[in-house]
Every structure is written in C-alpha cells, then in structure tokens.
Design a protein around this ligand. Structure first.
Ligand code: NAD
Ligand code: MG
Length: 382
C-alpha cells in the first residue's frame, strides 16, 4: 500500500492524482489540502476518507468542519495545516500539486521528515532549488518529477550514466499564440490565453504557457532536478506535444519519451516508480499522426523564456523575483487589471529593481517574493 498526501487536491493535477487512486487498489489517501473549494473537498473526503483535510482559508475550514462533522477526518487550516500534513507519520509520498511559492515550506518540511516528493509544484524548485536538492540528497529522499517534460527527461535518463549527458532537449508546445508577433498580442483577452492547444491545466500555468514563462520555469526546474547547467538545456517548440522531452548523450544518441499529452502518465509514473502500471487511455497512432514538427522558440516576442535564462544566469534570489513577479502579474491579468504584454513589463521591471542576494535562505526568498509584490503594487499606483 502506498500512502499519499496531496497538496492542491481540488486542482488539475490533484484531481488527476485522485483518478489514479481510483484506478489502483493499493494507494491510500492519508491527507488532502486545497485553497477554498469546500464543496469539492467535501466530496473528496467522503470518497477517500483522509485522516486530515486542510483548507487554506480559515473561513473555508470552518465551513468544511461543519459539513464533514459526521466523518473521521480532522479539518485544519493555513500553513500550520499544510505543515502538519507534510510531516504526518503514516504518509510516505507527498504530491505537491499546489500552485505557487506557497509550496516551499511544506516541501522542505516533508523532505526533513523523510517523505518522498512527487513534485508538480515547479515554483518551489525554481525559487528554492539550491536548498531543496541538497536537503533531499542529505535525507536520501527522492524528488520524483510530475511535470511532463521532467518526467520524460527522468525516464530518458533511466539506466544511463548521467556524466555522459551532453544536453537536455526540453520540448514546448509553443502555446496558443505560437507564430504571432508582438503587435498581434496587444489585445489578447483572458479567454484567448486560457485556450491551450494540447493540455488542460490550471489557469495560472495555462497563462504561463501562453507567455512561455512556463517553459522558462521548466528550464530552471530542470537545472535543479538534473544538476545540468542552463546552457545545456535547449528548448524546442514541438506543437503536437507527442515528444515530451529528450536527452542527448556524448555519442550523439538521443533518448526520448513519447506519448499522448495526458498528465496522468507522469503522475502515475512518479507514484509507482520504478514500476510501470497499466493505464487506460488513447495511444499514439503514428499512421494517423503522419508527421511531427519542430521550431526554434521566438524569444523576442515571448520574452518570458529569455527572462528566465537571464534570471537563472544571475542566480541567487533573481529566479524568485522572476517567479514572484510573474505570479502577481498573471493574477492581475486574470483579474483583467493589466494587458497580456504587461506581464513581461512587470517581470522585467521587478528584476531590474531587485538587488540580487546569492544563496538566499528561505526567509530571504520569502522577503524577495514580498518585495516583488510591493514593487508591482507601487508601480501600478503611479
Ligand atoms: P490548479 O490551479 O488547477 O490547482 C491548484 C490547487 O492548489 C487547487 O487544489 C487549489 O485549491 C490549491 N491551492 C491553491 N492555493 C492554495 C493554498 N494557499 N493552500 C492550499 N491549497 C492551495 O493548478 P494545477 O494546474 O493543478 O497546477 C498545480 C502545480 O502543478 C503548479 O505548480 C503547476 O505549475 C504544476 N503543473 C501543472 C500541470 C498541469 O497539467 N495542470 C502540469 C505540470 C505542472
Ligand atoms: Mg510542463
């Protein structure tokens, strides 16, 4: 029996993780956490009977407590609740499917408590990779990637000597606006940005895919997960999303992982690694597919990727500022308070404004996050 906890259980990755639980008899859900959706959480509690359920918002926790008073699930709230899940004795694997930097502290606490991490929450590694990866090595804890590209890289590294890797080839769909130029992006609406061609995901990551910020976050995530320098990570636009990423070795050989675009595969692979369990679903039909194509990313139009290389090049707290400014800017865009292209301007402004700190502690990371938010709020008041 694999005993898991899920942070972000009502979201896109969270609900797909629960679908895998439904399809496998030997996974038990010990804990669930979500932001504010009380109804969805109540349904999940009734179906999976976790020991603990956490709602981020206190009010939502109160409501949930009343709704599930007839069950044995203990309801908690806030960071305290997330941290309690992270160190729960009975839990072996923590699925971090929460969105944003809020995942840093629970992830660190879980690693300290010796829990395996199935990591979807890339913002955590982007901002605190220099703390998380050495800590995981020290505690002999595996960080298993859930992000599809990183799962593909992980699978392509299987059984190989990592010193023989020459390059990582990170694929990108290019998002809904691929091929457009800057002047064609000025009037993009929230609805346009939320139409991803291949993947159905949460709102924030869908906008990040449209700006290519997501691919930038993934370059940084890959650096930390696989200990490879960003110069050796090449982004390749591959609009059909069939090749999920590749690894090139010193002899020129390339290993790739392919499949239909379905997040359940990487989630399930992380949960059962190194086993591969059967999974229903569509299969790639190469006759039907006919061809797949590749392009160079347009980093002049989709500046998010270029800014990510710049942030990781500077290192220290700069990736935090890149990420935090993006989190704030995307939330303003989703609230229809700024235009699509302003997302880039706000990230760039925050990065230029920031005095970089090398090797930041968790407190310094959270301070850099708060300062980035303040910078954006102050700039918008001008
Ligand atoms: P989502 O918005 O669909 O879901 C987020 C979940 O986190 C929800 O359950 C929400 O209630 C919960 N949450 C938000 N704030 C919280 C808080 N403060 N406390 C507790 N719970 C909170 O997001 P998603 O698309 O599932 O993405 C989750 C993470 O996985 C992100 O880091 C994203 O980049 C990454 N990821 C997602 C996909 C995908 O296909 N959706 C693919 C790769 C990586
Ligand atoms: Mg991805």
């Amino acid at each position: 029996m694999i005993k898991i906890g899920i942070l972000g259980s009502t979201g896109s990755i969270g609900t797909q993780t629960l679908e895998i639980v439904r399809n496998n008899q030997d996974i038990q859900v010990m804990a669930l956490a979500a932001g504010s959706s009380v109804r969805k959480m109540e349904e999940q509690i009734r179906e999976f009977s976790p020991r603990i359920a956490v709602m981020w918002e206190e009010k939502a926790a109160d409501e949930l407590r009343m709704a599930v008073a007839d069950t044995n699930t203990k309801v908690l709230s806030g960071m305290e609740g997330l941290l309690e899940i992270a160190v729960m004795e009975e839990m072996e694997v923590l699925v971090t499917a929460i969105v944003g930097m809020i995942g840093i502290r629970p992830t660190i606490a879980a690693i300290k408590a010796g829990k395996k991490i199935a990591l979807a929450n890339k913002e955590t590694l982007v901002t605190a990779g220099h703390i998380i990866m050495p800590l995981a090595a020290e505690k002999k804890v595996s960080i298993l990637p859930v992000d599809s590209e990183h799962s593909a890289i992980f699978q392509s590294l299987h059984g190989e000597n990592r010193e023989r890797v020459s390059k990582i080839l990170l694929t990108a769909s290019g998002g809904p606006f691929r091929g457009r130029k800057r002047e064609e992006l000025t009037e993009i609406t929230v609805e346009d940005a939320l139409k991803h061609p291949n993947w159905s995901m949460g709102r924030k990551i869908t906008v990040d895919s449209a700006t290519l910020v997501n691919k930038g976050l993934e370059v940084i995530e890959a650096k930390w997960l696989f200990g490879i320098e960003p110069e050796k990570i090449q982004v390749i636009v591959h609009p059909q999303s069939i090749i999920h990423s590749m690894v090139e070795y010193v002899d020129g050989g390339i290993m790739a992982q392919l499949g239909e675009p379905d997040m359940k595969l990487p989630i399930q692979y992380a949960l059962f690694y190194p086993d591969r369990r059967p999974m229903k679903g569509r299969r790639v039909d190469f006759y039907e597919l006919g061809s797949i194509t590749f392009e160079k990313p347009d980093m002049e139009t989709f500046r998010g990727l270029k800014m990510a290389y710049d942030a990781i090049g500077q290192g220290g707290s700069m990736p935090t500022v890149f990420n935090a400014a993006n989190e704030r800017a995307v939330s303003l865009f989703l609230d229809r308070k700024i235009k699509f292209l302003e997302i880039y301007d706000l990230i760039q402004g925050a990065m230029e404004h920031h005095k970089n700190i090398q090797n930041p502690s968790v407190d310094e990371i959270l301070k850099a996050e708060a300062e980035s938010y303040e910078y954006i709020d102050a700039r918008r008041r001008l």
